[in-house]
Design a protein around this ligand. Structure first.
Ligand code: FES
Length: 158
């Protein structure tokens, strides 16, 4: 078993709030992601056993959401929005800056396993572009100076 008793209990509590089992898929994968840090086939099978929905349907739902990594990632998952508002205000430059700063390419994890860098679709903070989501937090109106501060802050907390 990958999921803890606490995660299973949380999923069961969420299930009770919905009239349909399938409605519990998204809350269940969110709970699993928060515990494990990524999703996998084994996790889909475990969730399937809890909510009684075929694992393939859980995998299909999870595949829509880039915010749920499908393989292990670093302690900090940096998701750079590359959609139109962010693109117009420098998302590509921001990605290049992070690649150089972290010495990795998009899709990779730093050797110390601290940072994984990916780019994602709109995160709904278009008015404060360019922006990134790092784990559960948004960082908006980014500049290289602000990026340096954020990375330094995260490194100091590691
Ligand atoms: S386009 Fe980047 S948050 Fe919407």
């Amino acid at each position: 078993m990958i999921l803890t008793n606490a995660s299973v209990a949380s999923i069961q509590t969420k299930m009770a709030a919905y009239p349909s089992k399938k409605s519990a898929i998204l809350p269940a994968i969110t709970i699993a992601y928060r515990q494990v840090g990524y999703l996998s086939e084994d996790i889909y099978v475990e969730i399937s056993g809890i909510i009684d929905v075929p694992a393939v349907e859980i995998a299909e739902a999870a595949s829509f959401y880039t915010m749920f990594p499908k393989k292990p990632v670093g302690k900090y998952l940096i998701q750079v929005c590359h959609n139109i508002s962010c693109a117009l205000l420098g998302a590509d430059s921001l990605i290049e800056y992070l690649e150089k700063k972290l010495d990795i390419k998009k899709g990779e994890t730093t050797r110390d396993n601290l940072f994984t860098l990916i780019s994602v679709e709109c995160l709904g903070a278009c008015a404060t572009a360019p922006m990134v989501q790092i784990n559960h937090d948004y960082y908006e109106s980014l500049t290289p100076v602000r990026v340096d501060e954020i990375i330094a802050e995260l490194r100091s907390q590691a």
